[in-house]
Design a protein around this ligand. Structure first.
Ligand code: HMG
Ligand code: MG
Length: 299
């Protein structure tokens, strides 16, 4: 048997990655009810919103209000694509920011209208300033395995971008399979290399479950020593600028896997399903994750 981590942290991304891709407009009160129910389930780290252009992503237009009104508990991350986003986030009271860049130039242009190199240049002073002011900085690396426009991404290219972020001083690398094209073998080798090369940085895996390999990829990453995963309650999510990509691997399904392996998370699976219940009636799509379906049979 492989040795697996005894404790794992799940970073909930439902309120951000989940709701950014939703067709319906979700009332701010309902988003906050969802976030607070997730906190009540034991979530300690969460992406709660993004400070992006409302013309690009209308669902995140209430970012300032979310930050103002959310109960401050644990690490609450907000996505910031540029200086304007970072300024707005910090002005609203955010303490931890997440910057995001694609390894693939074409994806990055579709997502934030800049080449990867241009984005890195723009982000350097933002990261330096945020660190000087004592903020936590997470870097989200999109298309780490595959790009919906360019295809296969060589692992060396992903490692090089991660290296650049580490030199810039980020605290965490969240390395993403944006369009759900990773497999357990590729996940194991990339995350093993990341853990070996950056032993002092938090390494987090972010899998979209487009082809239902999310759990297998998580199991492979656990074997590589990863003990942090981005997951989304209800399996919500997807990037509006990554065609064909569906939601993140579902928090409740990942919890079933971790619970069955006796890996501690401090998160209550039933309460995660109850959190999904708070937002499900407002969504344009039904929730069909394995554990939520079972929960609904009993409630
Ligand atoms: P742009 O059009 O190049 O921006 O968009 P610009 O700097 O030319 O400004 C144009 C207008 O936007 C101006 O307003 C700016 O003030 C405004 P106007 O004068 O026209 O009225 N603006 C902003 N407004 C609010 N907040 C801001 C902001 N910046 C400029 N921060 C921009 C560039 C980055 C703004 C745009 O491309 C954008 O907002 N993109 C966001 C895309 C996004 O949110 N994608 C999803 C998140 S990433 C993801 O899901 C992947 C991840 O989950 C990992 C994975 O799975 O891969 C993290
Ligand atoms: Mg994502």
């Amino acid at each position: 048997m492989f040795s697996l981590p005894k404790n794992v942290t799940l970073i909930e991304v439902g309120p951000r990655d989940g709701l950014q891709n939703e067709n319906n407009s979700i009332p701010t009160d309902q988003k906050l009810a969802f976030i607070h129910a997730l906190q009540n389930a034991g979530i300690k780290e969460m992406e709660i919103t993004s400070f992006v252009s409302p013309k690009w992503v209308p669902q995140m237009a209430d970012a300032s209000e979310i930050v103002h009104r959310v109960k401050k508990l644990g690490r609450q991350l907000v996505l910031t694509p540029n200086a304007r986003g970072a300024e707005n986030a910090l002005e609203a009271g955010a303490e931890s920011i997440a910057v995001f860049v694609g390894v693939s130039d074409t994806f990055n242009r579709h997502n934030i209208n800049r080449s990867t190199a241009e984005s890195m240049e723009l982000l350097q002073p933002i990261i330096t300033q945020a660190k000087e002011d004592g903020h936590f900085v997470r870097a989200c690396i999109s298309t780490a395995f595959h790009c919906p426009y360019e295809g296969f991404i060589p692992p060396a290219q992903t490692m090089a971008l991660c290296q650049q972020f580490v030199r810039m001083g980020v605290d965490e690398l969240s390395v993403a399979d944006t369009d759900g094209m990773a497999n357990p073998s590729a996940s194991y080798s990339l995350f093993l290399a990341l853990k070996e090369q950056f032993p002092d940085i938090l390494i987090t895996a972010h899998f979209h479950d487009t082809r239902k390999l999310g759990l297998a990829n998580i199991y492979a990453s656990l074997q590589a020593g990863v003990d942090r995963f981005d997951t989304s309650a209800g399996g919500l999510g997807g990037c509006p600028f990554a065609p064909g990509a569906t939601g993140n691997v579902a928090t409740e399904d990942v919890l079933y896997l971790l619970d069955s392996l006796e890996i501690e998370t401090g998160i209550d699976r039933e309460k995660i399903c109850a959190a999904v219940d708070t937002v499900a009636p407002y969504l344009s799509r039904p929730i069909e994750t394995a554990m939520y379906n079972l929960y609904k049979r009993n409630h």
